[in-house]
Design a protein around this ligand. Sequence first.
Ligand SMILES: NC(=O)c1ccc[n+]([C@@H]2O[C@H](COP(=O)([O-])OP(=O)(O)OC[C@H]3O[C@@H](n4cnc5c(N)ncnc54)[C@H](O)[C@@H]3O)[C@@H](O)[C@H]2O)c1
Length: 261
Amino acid sequence: MVEKFLEGKGALITGGASGFGRGVAYAFAERGANVAIIDINEELLEETAKKVADKTGQKIIPIVCDVSKLDQVETMVKQAYQELENVYVLFNNAGIGIAYGKNICRLREEQWDKIMSVNLKGQWLVAKSLCRKIKAQKFDNDSLSGRIICNASLAGINLNPKLPAYSITKIGVIALAKLLSMTLAPRITVNSIAPGFHVTGIYKDSEEVIETVLKERNIQIPLNRIGTVEDVVDLVVFLASPASTYITGQCIPVGGGLAKQ
Ligand SMILES: NC(=O)c1ccc[n+]([C@@H]2O[C@H](COP(=O)([O-])OP(=O)(O)OC[C@H]3O[C@@H](n4cnc5c(N)ncnc54)[C@H](O)[C@@H]3O)[C@@H](O)[C@H]2O)c1
């Protein structure tokens, strides 16, 4: 039996149709939250929203939105507030990968622009459009008005010359979360997480794809297994919970011991 510490609270999850976002949508709804799940993939979004609602009995609002477009983000935030009344937790998670291999001198401009606009600008736009509303909320028995969790990556800690644009977006997300935490204290905690290698859409939902990547790059995971969606969900739930109200501005790796900090 899980503790329903999100009862009466709304949660907004970007990239919520698949992977970590979908896992966190289930976990937040199971803890009593009504959830807006945001994604660019309309078909998968509808399917996920229905499944989460059927399983948990919570109000689940699917909203199609490209997080890299300000007008779409502003419309999405308006709709989320109308439907949920408050947003206590933001899981700023939507992101894309890019083919491994091209070094920073060979990267093409359109690849740079695309990944920057989704992975970095997208998280900034969503946080910026929500933070004043979150700051203004009040909840009984809670000194905080909200929690923001930004999904970075171990690639933002262990910089990889063969993943230059992705690594730069993720080090940027770590900085974005730190800066937001300074601006939004003491009302909102803001932290980032840095997952390692987990079976999600980014790796075609396949352990084999990850095994090949690990082999190619000669990577040995100290805890000797590939990560799961649940490994990340557990950390996100902790960062949204009453157990973490004194933690802000931190980047927490969840990579089986791979982080070189
Ligand atoms: N899977 C891993 O091992 C891993 C490791 C480190 C970091 N991450 C990060 O985790 C986050 C989630 O990815 P995932 O691994 O769950 O993969 P995923 O592909 O399963 O999920 C990403 C979701 O984001 C959505 N999305 C993509 N572009 C969007 C946009 N412009 N607007 C709105 N939604 C958009 C996709 O449709 C998809 O549903 C990403 O930020 C990724 O960089 C993943």
